[in-house]
Ligand binder design. Sequence first.
Ligand code: CP
Length: 318
Amino acid sequence: MKQFISVHDLEGGLAGALQEAFEIKKDRFQYSHLGKNKTLLMVFFNSSLRTRLSTQKAGMNLGMNVIVLDVNQGAWRLETERGVIMDGDKTEHLLEAIPVMGCYCDLIGVRSFARFESKEDDYREVVINQFIQYSGRPVFSMEAATRHPLQSFADLITIEEYKRRPRPKVVLTWAPHPKVLPQAVANSFAEWMNETDYDFVITHPPGYELAPEFVGKAQVEYDQQKAFEGADFIYAKNWSAYTDPNYGKVLHADRSWTVDEGKMLLTDNAYFMHCLPVRRNMIVTDGVIESAQSIVIPEAANREISAQVVIKRLLEGL
Ligand code: CP
């Protein structure tokens, strides 16, 4: 594998990737020879807890040396636009910084969220594509502007571990949040679910429609309670508006969409999932996230496994 930006980069499809994930989970040190004398550089333009720790751990499980660069803490401020007269506070251009970073490593992971300055630039994935073009190294996404594939892969592993029937009903529900959040987790989750044969439903208030290429064949249901009926998995996430002219706006944070105990009673004893971090009593009540049906911690634990499958495949492709 030469890059990992979306589910479409997974050679051999989901079945092969899942098989590899479960094999690695049995013994996560069995490939520790693969990364010997190889360096993983993780570049963060945005904050992280899970991605940073799980990806670093995955690299170490594979025997790699790992360097973490927080671009906004201690590095020169980077200009990303070409053609800009650099007379402001940005000292270095990404077009020099990226190939320099490539000199010091064998693989590069990048986290660069949507900036909401231009929908076109966000959906063209300008920053991560510059890393692919100019680093000279295999690049993988640690959440880019439009997708979070390491999270979605971990979500899929978790659903496979907990499902009680071959074709579970999986519901992605919008939930309220006070801040502007990207669509990346929701887009990516939908994209991965569309690669399965699960019964997949997306529910959100009018105005929060996702891009059609991510919705794919999912059923869209505007009535959240109806969507929850008979569900096996409830996957909650907030996202800001995608459709024009409201791109990147919070239209409302209606707490009648918070996932609570009453709504969970409509499901078929569904498991509750969220990528974390989560705002309690906005996205989900204390009672639901603390219930026996909440699998947010095993879901987060599977981030180490999804990252390890991806880094292993990238190492094998060097
Ligand atoms: N789910 C996730 O990506 O968590 P972090 O933002 O903490 O990395």
